[in-house]
Design a protein around this ligand. Structure first.
Ligand SMILES: Nc1ncnc2c1ncn2[C@@H]1O[C@H](COP(=O)(O)OP(=O)(O)OP(=O)(O)O)[C@@H](O)[C@H]1O
Ligand SMILES: [Mg+2]
Ligand SMILES: [Zn+2]
Length: 496
């Protein structure tokens, strides 16, 4: 097979070949069928979604010698010439390089001449938003009195930059991004037809990377084929696109759920040593969390989410263990923190980002940390509890207790029930935090307080009228300071 790139070999040749632009195609077919042509069209939309292709198909349809109902025949002299790019009446102009007044004057002169082979001369003006100054004025003059035999098609990725005077003379078509589902389908079709085998999961990766552009997807496919040969292997695709392996991302997310930050930091180190860069890890995390969020919202596997079966199984397992708000918090945080990675120390930034991700995942209400300078209780609650007793239930407003709700009231109560402990506690700082009763104690008293913990807990439950945890904390706790710093750091990030 002679070598032309896939994007050119697979350029759509008739209306029905065009993918993902049904609204545009339908209108265009009708105007061909009923002969309602405009003198100027504006094709706006993202790159690589079929603007130039449709401009040529339209040119073909109106110049085809045996047009059927609404498709060019593809075999007449004109159709063949157009497909080969040798049709003299299609004039493609790149506005980016044809901005001078002379070029446009020349255009104005040639516009007058009759077409050589076809019924219409079709001018396709690419990147037309780049026409400026006198060139634009000259072009406008042309548009004002277009000869009957010429049609202008302005294509642009930035339709908002086209001036209103030009816009008002054009019939406008807005092209859409091509969906991941459609991109995957097309890539598969191309491989099947070209006899290339593949690991099923490669296509979604390419589709995501192409970001709505079918041409970009096809170019990536070209690269992968020239790298991998007849079989597209998952690993090759990842390394070509520069995507981080799922395994690494799964481990990172798991380390957060299992509160094993050491494992997470190690996997970051390993992955960077293997040649991945911080941005890849970052982007990988964003896309994995996004998938998790979507799966958590849609109970079924939604058709727009392209996941290999295995990845789907694993993600389903993970989202069982995590609350929706945690996923959303992490994703929110990641999206605001991207700039961190642009500094001088991207690796450290990534590590901090990862640790913050862990802290933030635990916040019930992220607005709280953004809006107030107060330290949210639940952040410290979970972390400081983990080495002590069982983890607390999610915070609920306290119900009215049997005897009272205040910590010093309890100490009085305890003095009666367990005088030795109660009297000692009287000289210590105590407080109630949600489901916890906290005593801040120096090293010596700590032993006594914890030693009789079970009894104290019984009285706590009695006094407050609900299950309470009993926590004895070191009055000179350093962990607390570190946590405060995390909170401050997180706050400063959000406030920037
Ligand atoms: N809607 C589509 N249907 C089928 N193939 C498409 C479509 N869009 C793009 N392609 C593929 O991408 C190639 C390039 O498309 P085209 O030149 O029409 O894009 P474009 O919108 O004009 O892009 P640009 O804005 O970069 O000029 C085509 O040859 C084809 O292989
Ligand atoms: Mg184009
Ligand atoms: Zn034809």
């Amino acid at each position: 097979m002679s070598y032309t790139v896939i994007a050119r070999r697979w350029r759509p040749k008739k209306f029905d070949d065009v993918i993902g632009q049904p609204h545009v195609v339908k209108t265009m077919k009708n105007s061909v069928k009923y002969g309602r042509l405009s003198h100027a069209y504006l094709f706006g939309g993202p790159r690589g979604v079929g603007k130039t292709s449709l401009a040529r198909i339209l040119a073909k349809a109106i110049n085809c010698l045996n047009i059927t109902a609404d498709e060019p025949c593809g075999t007449c002299e004109n159709c063949v010439a157009i497909d080969q790019g040798s049709f003299p009446d299609i004039i493609e102009i790149d506005a980016a390089s044809t901005r001078g007044i002379d070029d446009i004057r020349e255009l104005r002169d040639t516009v007058r001449y009759m077409p050589l082979m076809g019924k219409y001369k079709v001018y396709i003006l690419d990147e037309s938003h780049q026409l400026t100054g006198p060139a634009k004025d000259a072009f406008l003059k042309t548009l004002e009195e277009p000869p009957n035999h010429s049609i202008f098609i302005l294509a642009t990725t930035e339709a908002q930059k086209i001036s209103p005077t030009i816009l008002s003379r054009c019939q406008r078509f807005d092209f859409r991004r091509i969906s991941e589902v459609e991109i995957v389908k097309q890539l598969k079709r191309i491989c099947d037809e070209e006899g290339i085998t593949y690991d099923e999961e490669v296509f979604p990766y390419i589709a995501v990377e192409a970001d709505g552009s079918l041409r970009d997807a096809e170019s990536i496919l070209d690269q992968v084929i020239s790298f991998s040969g007849e079989h597209l292997a998952y690993k090759d695709v990842l390394s070509i696109i520069g995507i981080i392996e799922n395994e690494i991302l799964f481990t990172l997310i798991r380390s957060i759920l299992e509160e094993n930050l050491k494992m997470g930091l190690e996997i970051i180190e390993k992955s960077l040593n293997e040649g991945n860069d911080v941005h890849q890890i970052y982007r990988g995390l964003v896309s994995m969390l996004r998938n998790m969020m979507i799966l958590k919202i849609c109970e079924e596997r939604p058709s727009f989410l392209h996941l290999a079966d295995e990845e789907y199984q694993r993600l389903s397992g993970i989202i069982e263990q995590i609350e929706y708000y945690e996923i959303q918090n992490m994703l929110n945080y990641l999206l605001t923190a991207e700039d961190l990675l642009k500094g001088l120390f991207p690796k450290i930034a990534l590590e901090i980002l990862y640790i913050n991700l862990y802290n933030i995942s635990k916040l019930r209400d992220i607005e709280k940390i953004i809006d107030t300078t107060e330290k949210p209780e639940f952040l410290t609650e979970k972390r400081e509890f983990q080495n002590e007793e069982t983890l607390p239930a999610p915070y609920k407003e306290p119900e009215a207790g049997k005897f009272g709700q205040d910590a010093h009231g309890f100490v009085e109560y305890l003095k009666k029930k367990m005088p030795s402990v109660g009297n000692m506690m009287d000289s210590h700082e105590v407080k109630v935090e949600g489901h916890m009763f906290v005593v801040l104690a120096d090293k010596q008293s700590q032993t006594l307080f914890t030693h009789r913990g079970e009894e104290v807990k019984k009285h706590l439950t009695e006094f407050f009228g609900r299950p309470m945890n009993y926590v004895v904390r070191d009055a000179g706790d350093t962990k607390r300071n570190t946590l405060d710093e995390y909170v401050k750091e997180a706050q400063s990030l959000f406030n920037r």
